[in-house]
Design a binder for this molecule. Structure first.
Ligand code: SR1
Ligand code: MG
Length: 417
């Protein structure tokens, strides 16, 4: 039986999309010509939605529409269409703080659960190009208690409180499934059977991931993107845009930064599965690690700068810190906050690395390695680093310590992992 959907909803297709867009004067003007001139291609390669690129004589647009189920699985896994509403709300709110770091929105259709937005060109998905880091601290800072009055933040939180199903995907797929036997799990077998069993039987690891899950459930620090991997970033050499905010909710800031770091580290280790004598990857791998370091340093610097210059939220009220001694104490507090964020970030990064190897949804960086022994070696190195980071986050004082640990692991063969 087909899934029930609200009146007015229908999945768009190549045939119906031009008629829908022709009803939107601003979009039709942007495309130019007549609806019959517009070329439509469905290009969605994500796990959940339909994504269309539409090209007209005057220009292009991108249309993203929710399906009532998880695309990668099918109708057996229903999923609320409202995720598009949350994505649209998040784009609006983040847009106030990050401007051109997200695509421009031309139209939101609440009945079709579709967003018509800027077609990003010549941008490519960062995972495919691995181009550059991302400037994301602004939206985290400006949607937090450090910058917002309590009532405003609570109103915004209320908007995103309903995004429960998408949060549940994360709660299950990232913080639970890899640590239990579950039919959704898959990994490179038989090579990783042993380490998968070891992780399921590792009390310290299960405690550490459970603490992270508790933070994910309860730390409403900022309006986070919620799925900020390198497939959610489109870039050229001079422009970076964040897409796909449907997992947005009020959560821990370290989750977003950790997601980026995790995906960079997955890419770092995966390069050994793609390197050939004619195409060595060592210097590229060094560049990836430099990017990890820069990402964290730029994030921390920017975040601290924003707090010093714009800390007008209800937390740490400025009037309490007017004298020199109080100001010095507040600066110490800021540094401590960023240190705590760093530890959070490492834990979330680790959880994200583990889920991409032992859980349901994979990354092409590793999946694209055809030789299974070679892939498993790369994956084992990722898993060993991730376990170390998750259980021992407190032992890492700097991001350079993390990149050094990654370099060390890359030297180890399968017998020592
Ligand atoms: C069932 S959805 C699987 C994954 O795809 C999305 O990109 C998120 O990462 C989610 O966890
Ligand atoms: Mg996505």
């Amino acid at each position: 039986m087909p899934l029930e959907t609200p009146p007015g909803y229908r999945p768009l297709n190549d045939g119906s999309l031009p008629d829908f867009l022709a009803e939107l004067p601003e979009v039709a003007r942007r495309l130019g010509g007549a609806a019959s001139d517009w070329r439509v291609a469905e290009v969605g390669d994500g796990n959940l939605n339909l994504v269309f690129l539409v090209e007209g004589p005057g220009g292009g647009v991108c249309v993203k529409q929710a399906l009532p189920y998880v695309r990668m699985v099918g109708e057996s896994w229903p999923m609320p269409l409202e995720r598009t509403l949350f994505e649209h709300e998040c784009l609006r709110e983040h847009g106030r703080h990050v401007g051109r770091l997200i695509p421009e929105i031309y139209h939101y259709d609440p009945a079709l659960f579709a967003i018509v937005m800027e077609r990003l060109e010549p941008h490519i998905i960062m995972r495919r190009g691995m181009i550059r880091g991302i400037r994301y601290p602004r939206s985290l800072f400006f949607t937090s208690d450090l910058a917002m009055p309590a009532a405003g933040k609570k109103r915004l939180m209320a908007t995103f409180c309903g995004n429960t199903e998408l949060c549940k995907i994360t709660e299950d797929l990232i913080f639970s499934d890899p640590y239990r036997v579950h039919e959704r799990n898959r990994w490179t077998a038989p090579q990783l059977d042993g380490i998968a069993a070891e992780f399921r039987a590792d009390p310290a690891l299960k405690l550490a991931v459970s603490r992270l899950k508790l933070r994910f459930l309860s730390a409403a620090e900022a309006l986070i993107h919620g799925d900020l991997h390198t497939g959610s970033v489109m870039a050229t050499e001079s422009d970076t845009r964040v897409i796909d905010a449907e997992f947005a909710f009020y959560g821990p800031m370290g989750f977003d930064v950790g997601a980026m770091v995790a995906n960079l580290l997955l890419n770092y280790f995966s390069q050994d599965g793609h390197a050939t004598a004619a195409d060595p990857r060592d210097s590229y791998q060094e560049w990836v690690l430099e990017t990890v370091e820069q990402l964290w340093h730029r994030f921390a610097e920017k975040f601290l700068g924003l707090w010093r210059g714009h800390g007008v939220g209800d937390a740490y009220q400025a009037e309490l810190f007017a004298d020199a001694a109080s100001l010095a104490a507040l600066e110490g507090e800021r540094q401590a906050y960023v240190r705590r964020l760093f530890a959070d970030m490492l834990g979330f990064a680790a959880a994200k690395m583990i889920r991409r190897i032992l859980g349901l949804a994979k990354v092409i960086d590793l999946e694209g390695i055809e030789d299974r022994d070679r892939r498993a070696l790369c994956e084992m190195r990722c898993l060993r680093l991730a376990r170390e980071l998750m259980v021992g986050a407190a032992g890492y004082a700097t991001i350079a310590g993390v990149t050094a640990a990654a370099r060390e692991l890359r030297r180890l063969g399968v017998e020592r992992l």
